[in-house]
Design a protein around this ligand. Sequence first.
Ligand code: PMP
Length: 376
Amino acid sequence: TSPALPEPDVRLPVRPELADEQPYGAPQLDVPVLLNVNENPYPPSPAVIDSIARAAAEAASGLNRYPDREFLDLRADLADYLLEESGAHLAPEQVWVANGSNEVMLHLLQAFGGPGRTALSFAPTYSMYPEYARDTHTAWVTGNREQDFTIDPERAVSLIQEVRPAVVLLPSPNNPTGTALRPEELNPILAAARTSGPDGAASVVVVDEAYAEFRRTGTRSALDLLADNPHLAVTRTLSKAFGMAGARVGYLAASTDLVDRLRVVRLPYHLSAVTQAVARAALTHRAELMAQIASLRTERDALATWLTEQGLQVVTSDANFVLFGRFEDRNAIWQGLLDRGVLIRQTGPEGWLRVSVGTPQEMARFRTALGEVRQA
Ligand code: PMP
């Protein structure tokens, strides 16, 4: 038992808008089946662990020095990966890396948002975005997605022209719905965004492709559009498809001009030597990790089919999670699953629940638990 802390006799100068805020995050509970934060259920293989351990040991021998501030080797490796994964030709200088795509997004808002500026997205959208906006004193505005969670391009363009946002945030596939952006949604937005920002500048259009590797055949990555759109930024992460959420590595591809603006706002040496080494080691195993993606996709499609067969509504997903519903009391379903050792997420519009795709064994437990809960 620790001694009681003394009563504070000073009042901290808390920013008024932060006074009642709680730290963000899904509950981290000790539960057998974790299907709540869209992680990859497969831990790294012994071969991947071995490479990472060696790379970390080598990095450790130089830890008395600050890390490489420009990490061009890692940026080149990621450019190679994107060429292989999406056919995108990128120079290392067009790639940016930070501690999770969360930090990449913060860099974007630090560089392009700020007081008197606005960031725009279309709800339901990723729940962290308004926090990055708040933390960078950027105003936050949301338009709405349609009933089927697509974006109406005409309405989107008129909202953009009205709001004149510095940054437009478009997750594709969208979290929490799994909906991928189609060219007929993205192209008019990119065209309008060329002059829709502050003082006639462009709006930076961020396509957040955290889940892109899970996309269905026929769905294209926005990386294809980079050559013609210097105001486009496509963010990616090693947290999901690569199964490296614990390593905290996210990245972005964009024009060199856009990337150079991010270099201005990053903390000096923000990417540790260990992180750089771990990321490079993981990337050498991409063939093995990509093989897992195919089985997760298959598992996702089977899950969607099963949920539909249960008479539930299911949103078509290009990601490693599925939004399903609708429940009169979603909290009761969520709690019933948790009581049976299965943690999913209460997110999205009222009545919907989101479940991440796990291993076949985990999905079997989820199906059994959901069946029981719905009968109870
Ligand atoms: N974008 C989206 C749409 C996400 O769902 C997430 C993770 N939940 C992230 C970005 C952030 O991922 P990370 O910081 O781990 O790269």
